[in-house]
Design a binder for this molecule. Structure first.
Ligand SMILES: [Zn+2]
Length: 416
């Protein structure tokens, strides 16, 4: 629990106990709020009270393209310090995202290093607002000090190249999970977005070694983005629970392999892992998913019809407005449906939050537009009968359990 909240609750507890024990004759006239039953907590209160870990936020790559000072309010983007504080976000995993083009051109490791440097620079420049975190314990400490903790995860295993010792290298640089592949097959794994023939039919032989080495080092294995075959290969090899840092439920988006099927989620839960729900509308809803493809095609056609130069400011403005007016946005309620679905399928212990803020463009659902929005989702869950304890598990309890288990497995392997 956050320290200031502990103090506040302590004061409230004293106030309540004093109120209850005072004899009737001495009772002060009750104010309206004192006379009522204690009101159930709001989403906003729970967001401030419990640690929120988000599995995947694409701040580093956003800033690489368009630098802004995220320690203050920013014009664009889904994340900045004031909005994170408002939403109760404590520990966004900063995504060290490596575009697949570096798999072909080389240089993936250098890009990863530069993005890690950037995140460390942000923490160094704003020590009263941010601090790098490499464990659940460090996150708890930073949160107690009122800071936003910045853990890091690497999206795409390409920077490992063909050298297993790079896993240790990136661990030492603070990285705590690696998403095995991104949008194309790489040396480690096939990608669910890659429509060409599967390169490895799952994990490569090297990929199996990568998973073993990640277990040994204490690096979480992120199964978001990989194919179903690759997922099952991971399950065969891994000795530790794994995490899907930003995937949703395929039941709601049939045919969209980037989300997880019931079979996959069940297998993930048997392994004691966690699926962190992606908030992007196209991940939540097949209507949005189809609408995205349709609207983007229409935009291309209309840009051509109007004789606009593709990539020009006019074309950009036109496409943004057209997208906003015609895309079918999903909703915060739908995100709660995904959580409900996982809970019904495998229980409350296996679901978390992996918004993909700053990574899904302007497709975010109504009610979940940026990092100030977590309270809206918690309100929805409370309305559906979720307890405080349930919300806490979703917010951070489940990912902390997985992370601590990964550390334990690594310790065991290193002592062998
Ligand atoms: Zn991603």
């Amino acid at each position: 629990m956050k320290l200031f909240k502990k103090l506040a609750l302590f004061v409230i507890a004293i106030a309540i106990s004093l109120g209850c024990t005072s004899p009737d004759s001495q009772k002060q006239p009750q104010t309206e709020s004192q006379a009522k039953e204690p009101t159930p907590p709001s989403g906003k209160e729970l967001a401030q009270k419990y640690i929120i870990v988000d599995g995947h936020i694409d701040v580093p790559y956003r800033l690489r393209n368009n630098w802004e000072d995220i320690s203050d309010s920013t014009q664009s983007g889904d994340f900045d310090y004031p909005r994170a504080k408002e939403g109760g976000l404590d520990a966004p995993f900063m995504s060290i995202y490596i575009p697949v083009r570096y798999q072909e051109t080389g240089g993936a490791k250098a890009v990863a290093d530069s993005l890690i440097n950037m995140v460390q620079g942000i923490a160094n420049d704003h020590p009263k607002k941010f601090a790098i975190a490499t464990s659940p314990e460090e996150i708890r400490q930073h949160v107690d000090e009122g800071l936003i903790a910045l853990p890091t995860g690497m999206e795409n295993g390409a920077p490992i190249g063909t050298d297993l010792s790079n896993i240790r290298y990136f661990y030492d640089r603070g990285i705590r999970y690696i998403t095995l592949a991104h949008s194309r097959d790489n040396k480690i794994s096939d990608s669910s977005y890659d429509t060409t023939e599967d390169t490895h039919n799952g994990l490569s032989d090297f990929g199996r070694e990568v998973v073993q080495e990640m277990n040994r080092v204490g690096m979480m294995v992120d199964v978001s983005h990989i194919t179903d075959e690759a997922f099952f290969d991971v399950m065969e090899v891994t000795q530790a629970p794994v995490v899907a840092t930003h995937s949703s439920v395929r039941h709601f988006t049939p045919g969209f392999e980037r989300n997880m099927s019931d079979t996959l989620i069940t297998r993930l839960a048997e392994n004691n892992g966690v699926i962190m729900i992606n908030f992007g509308s196209t991940f939540l809803d097949s209507t949005s998913n189809k609408s995205s493809t349709r609207v983007r095609t229409e935009i291309e056609e209309k840009i051509e019809e109007r004789g606009l130069e593709p990539g020009s400011k006019e074309a950009q403005e036109f496409s943004e407005t057209y997208f906003e007016e015609n895309f079918q946005y999903s909703t915060v309620e739908k995100a709660a449906d995904h959580i409900d679905y996982v809970v019904e399928l495998v229980g409350i212990e296996h679901v978390g939050l992996g918004s993909d803020y700053d990574g899904v463009g302007n497709t975010l659902p109504t009610g979940l537009k940026d990092v100030s929005s977590y309270p809206n989702l918690f309100d929805e869950l409370l309305d559906r009968g979720y307890s405080e304890e349930d919300v806490q598990k979703i917010a951070s309890g489940n990912i902390f359990r997985v992370w601590e288990q990964v550390n334990k497995v690594a310790e065991g392997m290193q002592n062998q």
